[in-house]
Each structure stands twice: as structure tokens, then as C-alpha cells.
Design a binder for this molecule. Structure first.
Ligand SMILES: [Zn+2]
Length: 311
């Protein structure tokens, strides 16, 4: 049996797992990102956890076929460029660094791409050659599979769907632009708009702190303002997805991320709006479904990246 290591780097925690080629995670360990100050310390700690997991599995590190990493982007060939969540990791070459420490093949992809690889190999994207995974969470990102292969673009950053401009002059985005999809349809956006509309909503007025789950709860309780916020969000997301339908002609669009935990309510709305804005023939070919891996999507995605990195 071939073993692989996966590393899911996030703004709040880093997960390291050992798994097999069918995507099964055998062992995993997590630690808070804040425990390591700089990127080089982070890599040393990650390598130490990989060694520890190999010990527990009673294999040698050299028995690992590869290590795959999912990291916040943007990246340039495995090097972290400026990222809001990991400022002290800027300029760190994750793939070269981990390869040096572990002496096994290493491949790094941005987290949305990695999660998309996981869904394609082990989750809701199985069985198609052209798909796109879209994560709707604190931010919005996408990962493409095209012609049965990962499509990363020149630097590996393809799929920055959250930063297509939907509303020129709209709300300021952390990328520096205004009116990005992320400022209109992410969990962060739902919370911000909920806060802005608080005084108009009997439901929101009664709570101390408005976050995205509060707005969804309000919409479920038939509060008009909350329903309108979710409907606007779904329309913007559907319009964003229509770009993917028209540009990529995917067989499947897989929707994941924390906001899609409200998929029972959101999915029918998002499908309707995607249809409204897409070319009919291309929309018909695109099955829009919820992600299948849930909590494990980060590590499963990193394992999928490792599978591709194997020599
Ligand atoms: Zn932006």
C-alpha cells in the first residue's frame, strides 16, 4: 500500500494527515497556526508532525510516496505571496522547504484548488472530466478540473472567482478592488449586510451580534430583511457561477465551504439564478451539487494533491 501525507494550512489551524491512495485518512494531527510565528518555523513543525505520524503508523518518512499541501493563496510556483491570514509566511517556498526537510516529492496548491481535487477524486466530483469546485466561506474561491486534469493556470492561481467584479464601485474588498463577488456573496458579506440592515429587521434587532448563521436563521424564520439578504446573495453567486458555466462548460459544479451548510435553502435558489444568467445549452450540461467531503475536505484535498505529486 502506498502512503501519502497531506497538509491543510489555514489561518486558524494547520492539519497534517497520513492517508492512502483511496483518500482514506489513517491518522491526523492539528495545531493552531498561531503557535508558529514565522513560515520557516511552520514548515519545521509540519515536518516534525509528519515524522511523528509516520512513527505512529510504523513506517519511515521515505516510505511516503509524496506530500501534498493546500495553502491560502495567492501562490507562485509553491511560494506564498502576500496573504491576509498568514502575513509572516510571505515569500516562503512551501514545496521546496518541505521537500528539503522530508526528502520526498512535495506539491502545493491553493486551498480551493486542493479541496476541488479532493472532491474530484474522492467526493461529489467523481466520474467527470470537467468540473469546478467553488468554496463559499469567509471568502469565495474556485478550483478547476479540465480535460481530466487539474487546471492551475500560469502561476497556479486560476479560480479567483471571489475577485471578479460584480458591482463596480461597490463595497471595498481586501484585494484592493471594489464590488468583488466576495464582498456580496461570502459569509463575511452576509454578516456585514446583516449588520447594516439590522435596524430594519425585527429578527436581527433582537440579537447582539449579527453573523452569517444569524441571517440564515432569520431567513428560515421568514424575516423579510433576512430573506432578501439571502436572495441577493444567491443571485450574485448564481451570476458568478454563470460565468463558470459559460466559460468552462463544466459537467459538474460542486459547492462547498461553511456557507453551503445551508445548502438545503441555498442550492435551489443558486441553481435558479445560475440558469437565469447562463446560456441554456451549457446550463443543461452542468449539474450543480453540494460537496461530499464536509469536514474532511481540506485534508482529503491535500491528499489528492499528494497523489498528483507522486513520481
Ligand atoms: Zn476582491
Amino acid at each position: 500500500m502506498a502512503y501519502f501525507a497531506g497538509v491543510d494550512i489555514g489561518g486558524t489551524k494547520i492539519a497534517v494527515g497520513l492517508g492512502t491512495e483511496n483518500g482514506k485518512i489513517l491518522l491526523e494531527e492539528r495545531f493552531p497556526t498561531a503557535e508558529v510565528e514565522r513560515g520557516d518555523e511552520g514548515l519545521t513543525r509540519i515536518a516534525a508532525v509528519v515524522r511523528e505520524l509516520c512513527d505512529r503508523q510504523q513506517i519511515a518518512v521515505r516510505d511516503l510516496a509524496a506530500v501534498g499541501v493546500g495553502s491560502p493563496g495567492p501562490l507562485d510556483h509553491g511560494t506564498l505571496l502576500r496573504t491576509a491570514n498568514l502575513p509572516l509566511w510571505e515569500g516562503i517556498n512551501l514545496s521546496a522547504g518541505l521537500h528539503n526537510l522530508l526528502q520526498i516529492p512535495c506539491r502545493v496548491e491553493n486551498d480551493a484548488t486542493a479541496a476541488g481535487m479532493g472532491e474530484w477524486m474522492f467526493g461529489a466530483g467523481r466520474g467527470v472530466n470537467d468540473m469546478v469546485y467553488v468554496t463559499v466561506s469567509t471568502g469565495i474561491g474556485a478550483g478547476f478540473i479540465a480535460n481530466g486534469q487539474l487546471y492551475g493556470g500560469e502561476q497556479g492561481n486560476a479560480g479567483e472567482l471571489g475577485h471578479v467584479v460584480m458591482e463596480p464601485g461597490g463595497p471595498l474588498c481586501h484585494c484592493g478592488n471594489r464590488g468583488c463577488l466576495e464582498t456580496l456573496a461570502s459569509g463575511t458579506a452576509i454578516a456585514r449586510i446583516g449588520q447594516e440592515q439590522k435596524e430594519n429587521s425585527p429578527y436581527l434587532r433582537a440579537v447582539d451580534r449579527v453573523d452569517a448563521p444569524t441571517v440564515f436563521a432569520g431567513a428560515r424564520a421568514k424575516d423579510d430583511v433576512c430573506q432578501k439578504i439571502i436572495d441577493d446573495m444567491a443571485r450574485n453567486l448564481g451570476r458568478g457561477l454563470s460565468f463558470l458555466v459559460n466559460l468552462q462548460n463544466p459537467a459538474r459544479i460542486v459547492l462547498g465551504g461553511g456557507v453551503m451548510e445551508n445548502g438545503d435553502m441555498l442550492l435551489p435558489m443558486v441553481i435558479k439564478y445560475t440558469e437565469n444568467y447562463s446560456m441554456p445549452a451549457l446550463f443543461k450540461a452542468a449539474d450543480i451539487v453540494l460537496a461530499g467531503l464536509g469536514q474532511d475536505s481540506g485534508l482529503a484535498g491535500a491528499l489528492a494533491v499528494a497523489l498528483v505529486a507522486r513520481i
